[in-house]
Design a binder for this molecule. Structure first.
Ligand SMILES: CC(C)(COP(=O)(O)OP(=O)(O)OC[C@H]1O[C@@H](n2cnc3c(N)ncnc32)[C@H](O)[C@@H]1OP(=O)(O)O)[C@@H](O)C(=O)NCCC(=O)NCCS
Length: 218
């Protein structure tokens, strides 16, 4: 087995692996478009004798000057338990170090796996707002039950504070509020919803309205 940077030709296998586990609710799904757009995020594990046979994948996605998320980690069931998951995440971490990243994080159900690699559990509330910017497009926005885990890469340093003004805010009008202030991160989600609305107002953006057009309208 070896780890290499993903190529466009790997996208189909990445899509298959990720969505296999997503179908079992073990991770979040990815579309082909999001894989194509982010193919440079991915490392893949391939067989020694067949460089095109992807048996695992993992993505490192930069979310701030000093933070990056490890996401879409999936290992073929037939090859699980042989160190491929570890090798993939270590490749992500290595890449993060070369970029001067201070902290990598993951939202996960496999806390034991990430703990083996040195990650620690943190409250959702402690994560930078950028996480919540991603969360707004997540099907689990209302009911996130994943565990947030982080790994510090530079001793004595923490990521710089998140600056909402430097983020492009989706032009949306949030009707109502996400339910469940009492779920983990629920309170934070409410705050982000308010921040988003405030930002949309101050930037004079127009709320997105999805209206059904009558058939005789242009
Ligand atoms: C979780 C997953 C990536 C692990 O990959 P893997 O190649 O089987 O893991 P490895 O063999 O590299 O294991 C590394 C270490 O983690 C441990 N480990 C692996 N899976 C674990 C799990 N589910 N829970 C706790 N520990 C686990 C191993 O025992 C090993 O420990 P060791 O270093 O002491 O020997 C893989 O099982 C998978 O694809 N699962 C389904 C998708 C998923 O849950 N992805 C994570 C989304 S965040």
């Amino acid at each position: 087995m070896k780890i290499r940077q993903a190529r466009m030709g790997d996208a189909g296998r990445i899509h298959y692996l990720v969505n296999l586990y997503a179908g079992r609710e073990q991770m979040l799904p990815r579309t082909m478009l999001s894989i194509y757009e982010n193919i440079r995020d991915f490392q893949v594990a391939v067989n020694d004798d067949d460089d095109s046979m992807v048996i695992g994948c993992s993505a490192l996605h930069f979310t701030w000057i000093d933070m990056a998320e490890i996401r879409s980690l999936a290992v073929d069931e037939a090859a699980a338990g042989t160190g491929i998951g570890r090798a993939l995440v270590e490749a992500n971490i290595e890449e993060a170090r070369t970029q001067g990243i201070v902290q990598v994080y993951a939202f996960t159900y496999v806390t034991g796996f990430f703990a083996r690699l040195g990650f620690r559990v943190v409250p959702h509330e402690s994560m930078p707002r950028k996480v919540w910017m991603d969360c707004i497009t997540c099907p689990k926005f209302n009911c996130c039950d994943e565990t947030a885990m982080v790994l510090d890469l530079i001793e004595g340093r923490q990521p710089e504070p998140f600056d909402l003004a430097q983020v492009s805010i989706p032009v949306v009008k949030i009707e109502g509020r996400p339910a469940g202030r009492d779920v983990p991160g629920g309170h934070e989600l409410h705050q982000v919803a308010e921040d988003l609305e405030q930002s949309a107002t101050t930037r004079h953006t127009r709320p997105l309205r999805l209206e059904r057009r009558e058939s005789n309208e242009e």
